[in-house]
Design a protein around this ligand. Sequence first.
Ligand SMILES: [Zn+2]
Length: 147
Amino acid sequence: MNPNSLESILMNQYQPFDPAAFLKEHDFSISNYKPGIVCSMCHYVGLEETPKSGWNCPSCHTFDGQAHVDALIDFCMIFDQYITVPQVQWFLSLSSLTKAYELLLSLELSPVIIDEVRKYDLKPILTDEYLGKRELKKLLSSIFISD
Ligand SMILES: [Zn+2]
């Protein structure tokens, strides 16, 4: 790995993330949790990134431009208001730390240092706009699934 690459800088900046320890700490069994972005329509786990900055469901073919935000809102509600870059990579099942970092940057989330660890505050995405769209998708999915 090139020592000057963003990936390498991120690797040096962050402790390796241990999902098993994290889930244990939060009283959650790892066997109960499958990381990945969830389809809001059919609940398939593992949406695929599309070239036009969004996510595509391989199961029902729904396109969702906001699925990563919904996933981060889920993280906030299940675990913590603050998230590290490796946790983003794990929770959203992303291919690289760089991708995780870029997603946080695209949402203009601010880094904070908590216990000497750089984390990102998820509070700014808990807006009426994002939460409203999320609720609407839940409503649509209930119609979709009962169909
Ligand atoms: Zn789907």
